[in-house]
Structures are given as structure tokens and as C-alpha cells.
Design a protein around this ligand. Structure first.
Ligand code: NAP
Length: 511
């Protein structure tokens, strides 16, 4: 069963016409099944409307008439509901869903008149939490006992580690030949919706578009098919992802997913909303969870969890890339932020002045946080004379001491021009969306620099970079750094050369 999960789009229109139009869009978009949510219809006349919805349908349908006591919108009695579901079966619906709480009554109601050909999905929804493996297994047995053809259990992720329990139960069901839909709702449960082919899930739900979700955490159909490439996920597909909090905004899935696909690498890349890095790693310890990009606020925890790191990574104090070494499972930490940013700056400099180098140049870093440290150590490695300016002067001094550089205050930076041809790197969030009119240094002060770099990538052209460009100063954007750090990660993940042009274009197209 693994590797063939169906993708089902819930139709949530308020009228039959809207639902028919949604069904056409879902078909064109590549869905396998459409879920007709009868409880969403503002008015419902069963014989007329079911006939319209099921006649000439372009897709197999799952008919659901969810009552409000199970998270749906139907407020009437069960008798009416049961009649409508029976009618859907008589009209040939491929699947009908009934809630476990009333499943026995429904099965009794069908007795003697149940049409062949419709699969009965018996479902249980938990909007608070995800029970233990034992309790989930008991639930599976209860659902099977009422005569379900397919078991459906949807729970809620309080923590991303909750999903692992659902995966265990799904794998067990697969071994027993019990078709199961196992989903964990909410942002922290997203991976349950994407990895179901890997763990033998029968079906997963995808919203027709953002805003048309029928349950919390549902990805869109196009994300599932195009970004996560769900139709290619199999039992042996490796899992990578960006671990952070928040992560929903991350461009990692689109850039890495596209790159994996372009070289035929059997892997999926997910956003992983993680609260506790250590418990995440210990829960998903199997070799299949092969590597991670690490972003705020987990870069320091990733260093602490690494079994081995580059010496410079220790100095920087942050790991942004973590892989499990296939030979022994050890966690190896890297930092591609510093290689990405420094190579972006150096390459651009050499594009302007062939042979130019960072060695012996004054390299001013504004900021002393994670990115500031990466730039400062990277510049030092290249032999630059590093100067740190930071809002909190004490942190500037600490970092300057570490890299053998000089610390100055932000105010003094305004009149700091000991020589021409200096490099300036902003590593603070000053000027980042939505505060796009802010800048960390006046335009006047930019005149003494040969090159200005900004780590911010939203917007691409910050006020700092725009003003530097107006003065004829060479600029390097945070987008360039982002592409290069992602290329570094791709090479660490796959051992293959990164498809640079594709990764750059993908990022720019989705920026
Ligand atoms: P961080 O560790 O929190 O450090 C933030 C730094 O900015 C600190 O030095 C802080 O000064 C300073 N700062 C914050 N607000 C300020 C303000 N209003 N005025 C003056 N200084 C201020 O953050 P980070 O991880 O280094 O990230 C910093 C920036 O780099 C973010 O915009 C992030 O998006 C960007 N980044 C980009 C990439 C990329 O690939 N392009 C990669 C990593 C990071 P104090 O010490 O005084 O608090």
C-alpha cells in the first residue's frame, strides 16, 4: 500500500454550483478524490442535489455529512443524515464517511439495504490531542469492529513528536492489511499529511486553495503535488526539512524540493514546526529522517546536539545544517550561512575587480547575533580586518575579542572612514519587512565602502542597499546569501553538485 496514498480535495462550497465548479478545478489540479461535504451546503435537497453532484462526476467521491458534534456544520438529527448517506451510496458514491460515535446505528440502519460498491469510512476526530499508541490501537480495533472498510483517525498535534505515534499505528495497520487514514491536525501535524505514502496511509486531504481548508493544517493541492511531490513519496523516501519556529514563511521547501526533484533524488523536504529541538531529534531518530536545515531559534541547540562539527562552527556557536552520517548515524553539524555570505561577497567583489580579495580589507559587520558571528568569523578566515558595530556595545566587544577585531559603537560608525574600499555587512533586522523605511547606517556614511551587503532577504532591495546603489557602491543581497547557503545545504544533503541556476530562479520566482 505504501506509496499510493490518494489525494482528496474537500469541496466546501455553499451551493451545488460552487461544489461542481470546485470539483472541476480539483480534477484539473490533479486530485484523485473529491470529498462532498454536504454539511457545508446552505440548503440541501438530497435527491435533487446528490443527483446533480454525482451524475457525470469527473472524480471518485467521498460523501461526508459531518454533524456539529464532530466538528462539522450539520445541526439536525441523524435519521435525515443517514437517509442522505444511503442515497449517496445508492447513487454509486465510491466512499461514504460516518463518525464512529454513531457508526453502529448507521450500520444497523443500512442492514439489508447496503448497496455494493461503496466503501465505508468510519472516522474519529480528536480536536484536543493525540492519544498514546495503545489508545490509538484500541480506537483502530473499535472502528474495525463496527465493520469499517477504511479506518480514519484524525487527532491534533500539540507537539510535532505527536505525529510519530500516528505513523507507528499506520505502519502496524499496513502490516495487518487494514486500510487506514491517519492524520494529525494543526501546524505541528503537517508532516502527517505529506508523509502518508511513506507510512502507508490510504488517503490524505488537500485544500483546493489556501482559505478552503476543511480542517486545521491542511496543505493546498498544489503544494502537496508540486512542492512536496507527494506522488513520488514511497516507503524508502528520505525526509529532510527546515526546523524552526516559526517556519511557515520559509522558502526552504520550494527551493530544496525543486532541487531534489531536478536531480531525481528520492527525498522530500518539509517545514518542521519544532518547539523542543532535542526531543524532536530523539523522536525522529531513524536514518530516514536524514538531514535538516536549522533556523531560529534552534541554531544553538543544533550545535549542542551535534556529535561532530567543523571547528569554525564551534566558534560561530550556531549550526544551520545537520545531517545523520549514513555510516554510523552520528549527527554532523555545519554552518552554510558563513560560507554562503562570504562567497557571495567575494565573488561579487572579484566580478568588479578581478583578483580582488578580502585579505587585509576592513570588513565592518553591523550586528553581533547569529548572522553577525557567521560573517565576522568568515571574514576573519579570509584575512580581513574585522570591525564590529552593534546596538549593544558589550556584545560587539565580545565578538571583536573572539575574532581579533575592533569594536565600535553604532554612533561612531557614522563617521568611520579610515580608508577607502571597505566592506560593510548588515546582519541586523533593521530595514526588514514591514519596517522597510529603516536603515542601520545613513546614506552619507556609505560613501567610503566598496561593497555593501545586507543579510535581510525580505525585501530583496533594502533601503540600505538602494542608497548604496544610488551612490554607485556595489551591493550584495540577502537573497544571494540565502541561495548560496541553500546550495551548500543541498551538497551536504545529497553529495551532489547543487543546481545553482534552478535554485536561484526558483527562489526569485517565489520571492
Ligand atoms: P539575532 O541573532 O537575533 O541578531 C540580531 C542582531 O540585530 C543583534 O546584533 C541585535 O542587536 C541587532 N538588532 C536587532 N534589532 C535592532 C535594532 N532595532 N537596532 C539595532 N540593532 C538591532 O538574528 P540573526 O539570526 O543574526 O538574524 C539577523 C538578520 O539576518 C535577520 O534579518 C535574518 O533574516 C537575516 N539572516 C539572513 C540569512 C540569509 O540567508 N540571507 C541567514 C540568516 C539570517 P543587540 O545585540 O543589541 O540585540
Amino acid at each position: 500500500m505504501a506509496g499510493v496514498s490518494l489525494v482528496c480535495v474537500p469541496l466546501v462550497g455553499k451551493s451545488v454550483e460552487q461544489m461542481l465548479s470546485e470539483m472541476a478545478t480539483a480534477t484539473a489540479g490533479g486530485a484523485d478524490v473529491a470529498e462532498i461535504r454536504l454539511d457545508h451546503l446552505a440548503s440541501f435537497e438530497p435527491r435533487r442535489d446528490l443527483d446533480l453532484l454525482l451524475r457525470n462526476r469527473p472524480l471518485p467521491v467521498l460523501v461526508t455529512y459531518r454533524p456539529n458534534w464532530e466538528g462539522g456544520e450539520y445541526e439536525g438529527d441523524d435519521g435525515w443524515r443517514f437517509e442522505a448517506l444511503l442515497l449517496a451510496m445508492e447513487l454509486g458514491a465510491e466512499y461514504v464517511d460516518i463518525e464512529l460515535k454513531v457508526a453502529q446505528e448507521f450500520v444497523d440502519f443500512l442492514s439489508g439495504k447496503r448497496p455494493d460498491g461503496t466503501k465505508l469510512i468510519v472516522s474519529s476526530h480528536n480536536y484536543q490531542s493525540t492519544p498514546s499508541i495503545e489508545d490509538l490501537s484500541i480506537l483502530v480495533a473499535r472502528i474495525q469492529a463496527v465493520g469499517a472498510d477504511i479506518v480514519k483517525i484524525a487527532t491534533t498535534a500539540v507537539d510535532i513528536t505527536d505525529v510519530a505515534r500516528m505513523f507507528k499505528v499506520m505502519v502496524h495497520c499496513q502490516g495487518q492489511q487494514v486500510p487506514m487514514i491517519g492524520l494529525v491536525m494543526g501546524d505541528r501535524g503537517l508532516m502527517s499529511r505529506i508523509l502518508c505514502p511513506k507510512f502507508g496511509g490510504y488517503l490524505t486531504f488537500a485544500a483546493l486553495s489556501t482559505g478552503k481548508e476543511s480542517a486545521p493544517g491542511q496543505p493546498s493541492l498544489s503544494d502537496l503535488l508540486d512542492i512536496y511531490n507527494i506522488k513520488q513519496i514511497k516507503a524508502d523516501t528520505k525526509v529532510y526539512g527546515v526546523v524552526g519556529k516559526p517556519v511557515a514563511h520559509s522558502k526552504g521547501p520550494i527551493i530544496h524540493g525543486t532541487a531534489f526533484r531536478s536531480v531525481g533524488y528520492n527525498a522530500v523536504y518539509l517545514p518542521l514546526l519544532v518547539d523542543d529541538f532535542e526531543s524532536f531529534l530523539s523522536t525522529y531518530s531513524s536514518p530516514d529522517f536524514a538531514g535538516f536545515s536549522v533556523t531560529m531559534p534552534h541554531k544553538e541547540a543544533a550545535l549542542a546536539c551535534s556529535d561532530e562539527v567543523d571547528p569554525i562552527v564551534k566558534y560561530i556557536g550556531a549550526v544551520n545544517t545537520l545531517i545523520k552520517r549514513p555510516s554510523d548515524g552520528k549527527l554532523i553539524g555545519y554552518n552554510t550561512d558563513y560560507t554562503g555570505s562570504i562567497s557571495a561577497i567575494e565573488t561579487t567583489l572579484q566580478g568588479k575587480v578581478p583578483g580582488a580579495s578580502l585579505a587585509d580589507r576592513i570588513f565592518v559587520v553591523i550586528g553581533a547575533g547569529g548572522a553577525g558571528k557567521a560573517l565576522a568569523y568568515g571574514a576573519r578566515e579570509k584575512g580581513a580586518r574585522v570591525v564590529i558595530a552593534n546596538r549593544t556595545y558589550e556584545r560587539a566587544r565580545e565578538l571583536a575579542n573572539f575574532v581579533g577585531g575592533q569594536a565600535i559603537s553604532l554612533a561612531d560608525l557614522e563617521n568611520f572612514h579610515p580608508e577607502e574600499g571597505m566592506i560593510l555587512a548588515n546582519t541586523t533586522s533593521v530595514g526588514m519587512y514591514p519596517n522597510i523605511h529603516d536603515t542601520p547606517l545613513s546614506k552619507q556614511a556609505l560613501k567610503s565602502y566598496a561593497l555593501v551587503f545586507d543579510a535581510i532577504y525580505n525585501p530583496t532591495l533594502t533601503r540600505l542597499l538602494r542608497e548604496a546603489e544610488e551612490l554607485g557602491v556595489t551591493i550584495v543581497t540577502g537573497v544571494e546569501m540565502f541561495v548560496r547557503q541553500a546550495m551548500g545545504q543541498f551538497e551536504i544533503f545529497t553529495g551532489l553538485p547543487a543546481p545553482e541556476k534552478l535554485m536561484r530562479e526558483t527562489l526569485l520566482n517565489f520571492h
